[in-house]
Write a protein that binds this ligand. Structure first.
Ligand SMILES: Cc1cc2nc3c(=O)[nH]c(=O)nc-3n(C[C@H](O)[C@H](O)[C@H](O)COP(=O)(O)OP(=O)(O)OC[C@H]3O[C@@H](n4cnc5c(N)ncnc54)[C@H](O)[C@@H]3O)c2cc1C
Length: 389
């Protein structure tokens, strides 16, 4: 890949310095292009920093098959991406395969078993069914009320802030410019109607050959400013961080109202609310208490875990839960990679690989029509937007 120089010199403005923008810029650089990342705040501090880093969609069986194909494509690129990042940055991302468990209780709100098993078999995801005793042996903090569980032993996770630190360091070492506090407010075109510049708040204009819109939750707003309809909206997620002995929780545990993601050093990330409240910042006591109550109900063995802190992030939501990827009709040179909603980290290497090549003229090798920018707005129950406040 490193010798692939199709993009020699093409100047690409990447609007947004989250995992999608930063990683795509790094891949553009590898292909010989000249990306510049323009970030209105600090790069890698929004959703990409806040998320849980689970490398499997929450309930993937609820999405169209094309989504699983995209997920599988992206996950297959993790080993290469991680090795490249760790080598180029000298930092560890804490990418690991820890497995994901869905415990089952008599009063569950969501019943997954049949759909989950059928989806796993169809797409070749290894899954095991455990009875109550085995579940408690695998996870010692689990409630004895558990009736059994499904376990995907190969599901992985990555620690978001470390992933972002590695991507940013790799960009810095490759001398890819990241301009922070640089809000893009407009996209300029030349006499032929091709994208030719971006304008920053403050008046500076930067000449480019292409623009990638990767502005996360702000992408819908930004698109409207340039006359484009893109139904991307923030979906707020609150998270609580616990600390216990390393290894006390072994797998990612996902249940109706909560998931637990155990980090290597004993931190356990408890997530996450789904709130359609616009860009309302801050955490709320009631949501944090709900997350903790759900945790203690499912895994009472964590009652003594220390509560360290809480935070929130804005997921770039889309009505059908799926990202928007590709060029924009009527705007030659403008590309979009956004709306990754609950799955932007899992989809990051696939997105970066596909989009970097696409921007440089290489059509994707998998069918991405379900992710096209001008697709009809279809609201998908359970994976699309939650009900408003
Ligand atoms: C609580 C929570 C849990 C999650 N859990 C998971 C998970 O387990 N697995 C998973 O795969 N995903 C998860 N996600 C989702 C994932 O984090 C996102 O899909 C992903 O980070 C989106 O990346 P992004 O780069 O598109 O957006 P962001 O990280 O939000 O980055 C967008 C950037 O664009 C910048 N920007 C916006 N407008 C402009 C402008 N006009 N000019 C310049 N810059 C601009 C913003 O400041 C921001 O830094 C979770 C998210 C949250 C909040």
């Amino acid at each position: 890949m490193a010798s692939f120089k199709q993009g020699s010199g093409k100047r690409v403005a990447v609007v947004g310095g989250g995992v999608i923008g930063c990683l795509t810029a790094l891949y553009l650089h590898r292909l010989g292009a000249k990306p510049i990342i323009l970030e209105k705040g600090n790069a890698g501090r929004e959703s990409s920093w806040a998320g849980a880093g689970i490398l499997c969609p929450i309930h993937p069986w609820l999405y169209p098959d094309s989504f699983t194909h995209l997920v599988d494509t992206s996950l297959s690129m993790f080993p290469e991406m991680n090795a490249m990042l760790e080598e180029q940055s000298g930092l560890k991302t804490e990418w690991q395969s820890c497995g994901l468990m869905i415990p089952m209780f008599a009063d569950d709100r969501i019943h997954h078993r049949e759909d989950a098993l059928a989806w796993s078999e169809r797409f070749g995801w290894k899954v095991e069914e455990l009875d109550s005793r085995q579940t408690c042996e695998f996870e010692s903090t689990m409630s004895s009320q558990v009736e059994g569980s499904l376990l995907w032993p190969e599901v992985g996770q990555v620690r978001n802030p470390r992933l972002l630190a590695a991507v940013k360091q790799a960009l810095a070492n490759a001398q890819v410019p990241i301009r922070e506090q640089a809000e893009v407010i407009a996209v300029g075109k030349n006499g032929m109607g091709d994208v030719s510049s971006v304008e920053l708040a403050g008046g500076e204009t930067i000449e480019v050959d292409a623009v990638l819109l990767a502005a996360g939750s702000w992408s819908g707003e930004f698109a409207r400013q340039i006359g484009l309809e893109l139904p991307v909206e923030p979906v707020k997620g609150q998270v609580v961080l616990l600390k216990d002995e390393p290894g006390k929780v072994k797998h990612i545990i996902k249940h109706d109202d909560v998931y637990l993601v155990p980090r290597i050093d004993g931190h356990i990330l408890v997530g996450a609310s789904m709130e359609r409240v616009g860009f309302q910042p801050g955490t709320t006591e009631s949501v944090v208490n709900n997350l903790l109550e759900a945790t203690y109900r499912i895994t009472p063995g964590l009652k003594d875990a220390e509560v360290i802190e809480q935070w929130m992030g804005f997921r770039p939501g889309s009505p059908d839960g799926m990202p928007y990827l590709g060029p924009v009709d009527g705007h030659p040179g403008l590309f979009v990679a956004t709306g990754h909603y609950r799955n932007g980290v899992a989809l990051a290497p696939g997105t970066a690989d596909i989009m970097s090549r696409w921007i440089l003229g290489e059509a994707p090798s998998i069918d991405l029509s379900d992710f096209r920018v001008n697709r009809p707005v279809v609201s998908l129950d359970k994976v699309g937007f939650p009900a408003g406040a």
